[in-house]
Design a protein around this ligand. Structure first.
Ligand code: PLP
Length: 412
């Protein structure tokens, strides 16, 4: 029988105090509510290719289905060997990619799980991680949740969103353990040159920093942009290179990611043991999705036709940039990779104080969902990100409506 005693109040843990994930935050919650009320919402907030008709190559699905009967049990904690061998082969052919072994490859439920495992295994309270601003916000959130302190280094919009080496240098302290490099970048679409990457490696070398290389967009490149894996420039440093099937192979829902560890290990035995321990405690990643990796990396699948002129992603990127630039007071650096445009609102013309409110107002008025710049740990309320995944005509229309909305938008 009920005791009549009041139930204890349950708050979220204080560990979550600095954990933000606005891409799926309160603005999305409001969008879902509006949808439930019968409104059609154009969701330009999440880099989720499949719902926009970017479907996975059929052989990936067929192979996964064929393997389903043998995917019923748990796998090795690091993942199935055939997938790790395929990943090994993927990196083996990259010129100058440092030597590694299948044992240095861990699979995860998306890159996301591996980011969490890495930060948890690495950080003590107060340990610092250098993270770009703007960033893919999971890096900041996971660092905070693990007790670490995210320290943001500036990417410079006036220099094609390249990281400021000067700012990175200025922000290294005794407590800095690692530097996160997201290349190609989400949200800016920047693809870093060898020189910039070399500059980052030099700093990492000087201060003995672990390099955390998030390269999930490394095959989504436009206009002849060339991707350099930062590990190729740092064979003498511990580098963790993250990637997966979510973007290039359009199966974000499968949750299939990996990390490849290269460089010297002797100084990092403790950390690597911790990583292995955490891999064991999650038992293993989703096994059916691991079976998609070998066929995806088999050499026949390509995203080439989508990112070259005439291809959907290429044309949608062109339309996005042209559309945004046609709005008075809006500018954008052309993305050279990935699936996003990070647009700037001239603060003189659009004096926005609260950009989450801006996103909410745009949603209410136009039923268009974008993500505000501060959601990417950008310090000022003067940017927003849209994904370039919807068909061209839909994107054009949406951007026009954003332009119309802006013309008489004011914030109290
Ligand atoms: N890293 C970056 C830069 C991303 O943009 C994303 C997803 O948007 C992820 C990691 C997470 O990807 P996954 O689906 O592999 O968890």
């Amino acid at each position: 029988a009920p005791s009549g005693r009041p139930l204890r109040r349950l708050d979220q843990s204080t560990k979550l105090q600095n954990v933000l994930y606005e891409i799926r935050g309160p603005v999305l919650a409001r969008a879902n509510q509006l949808e439930a009320e019968g409104h059609r919402i154009l969701k330009l907030n999440i880099g989720n290719p499949a719902p926009f008709g970017f479907e996975a190559p059929d052989v990936i699905l067929q192979d996964m289905i064929a393997n389903l009967p043998s995917a019923q049990g748990y796998s090795d904690s690091k993942g199935i060997l055939s997938a790790r061998r395929a990943i090994f082969g993927r990196y083996e052919v990259i010129p100058d990619f440092p030597e590694c072994d299948v044992d240095d490859i861990y699979l995860g439920n998306g890159v996301s799980e591996l980011i969490s495992m890495t930060t948890q295994a690495l950080l003590d309270n107060g340990d610092e991680v250098l993270i770009p601003t703007p960033d893919y916000p999971l890096w900041t959130a996971a660092t905070s949740l693990a007790g670490g302190t995210p320290v943001h280094y500036r990417c410079d919009e006036d220099n094609d969103w390249n990281p400021s080496l000067e700012d990175i240098r200025a922000k290294v302290t005794e407590r800095t353990k690692a530097i996160v490099v997201i290349n190609p970048n989400n949200p800016t679409g920047a693809v870093y040159s060898r020189e910039v990457l070399q500059g980052i490696v030099d700093i990492a070398r000087e201060h003995s920093l672990l390099i955390l290389a998030d390269e999930i967009y490394d095959r989504i490149l436009y206009d002849g942009a060339v991707h350099t894996s930062i590990a190729t420039l740092a064979p003498d440093l511990l580098v963790m290179t993250f990637n997966g099937l979510s973007k290039t192979y359009r199966v974000a829902g499968f949750r299939a990611g990996w990390v490849v560890i290269t460089g010297p290990r002797h100084h990092a035995a403790g950390f690597l043991e911790g990583l292995e321990l955490l891999a064991s405690t999650r038992l293993c990643p989703n096994v059916p999705a691991q079976h998609a990796i070998q066929v995806a990396l088999g050499g026949y699948q390509s995203i080439e036709e989508l990112v070259t002129p005439g291809g959907r992603l290429y044309e949608q990127r062109q339309a996005t940039v042209a559309g945004l630039r046609a709005i008075p007071g809006v500018s954008v650096v052309e993305p050279m990779g990935a699936l996003y445009a990070f647009a700037k609102l001239d603060p003189e013309r659009y004096p926005i104080k609260d950009d989450r409110q801006f996103a909410l107002d745009l949603l209410e008025e136009e039923k268009i969902l974008i993500t505000q710049g501060t959601g990417f740990n950008w310090p000022t309320p003067d940017h927003f990100r849209i994904v370039i995944l919807p068909p061209e005509a839909m994107l054009e229309r949406a951007i026009e409506r954003i332009g119309d909305f802006l013309q008489d938008y004011t914030q109290e």
